[in-house]
Design a protein around this ligand. Structure first.
Ligand code: HEM
Length: 135
């Protein structure tokens, strides 16, 4: 039977970054640790700094036991929506930069088209003079 998994963007998950409302993203899954923070043996501060980003490496580096990994499943509230950019503003600004760059390139090409044209013209004249002199 298909299961319905709720999808969250990283931007959405990163807004839950306080002691009373704390979500972390580990291995593509989103966990709501708000009720567990006070009991977490590693302390609440380490978990709080792991919000708003992919905390998979931080979680693995802490060397969690199998029982910790089993326990974490009870806090899973959904999965990370990977179809959206991690930070949407970044994608928008990089697209804007790309169009600005190509516009600049077009302007420069229009402005300096005479340089390659002059080089070609001079080469043709020199070529003709050389051939003329040879005869
Ligand atoms: C996702 C839910 C989480 C659960 C259920 C959980 C559970 C636990 C448990 C049970 C321990 C005791 C040692 C063990 O049995 O492995 C522990 C220790 C620890 N956890 Fe977590 N943890 C979670 C997330 C995190 C996150 C996101 C971090 C971020 C870095 C973190 C950092 C630590 C650290 C530093 C320790 C202490 C290790 C030590 O003192 O040796 N935990 N955790």
């Amino acid at each position: 039977m298909p299961t319905l998994t709720k999808l969250y963007t990283m931007q959405e998950a990163s807004q839950h970054n306080t002691k009373d409302d704390c979500w972390v993203v580990i291995d593509g899954k989103v966990y709501d640790l708000s009720s567990y923070l006070d009991e977490h043996p590693g302390g609440d501060d380490v978990v709080l700094v792991a919000t708003g980003k992919d905390a998979t490496d931080d979680f693995e580096d802490a060397g969690h036991s199998e029982s910790a990994k089993e326990l974490m499943q009870s806090f899973c509230i959904g999965e990370l929506d990977t179809s959206s950019p991690i930070i949407p503003e970044l994608e928008i600004s990089s697209k804007k930069e790309a169009t600005e760059y190509s516009q600049k390139l077009m302007d420069l090409t229009k402005q300096y088209w005479t340089v390659p044209a002059a080089i070609v013209g001079i080469s043709v004249v020199v070529g003709f003079l050389y051939m003329y002199k040879k005869k």
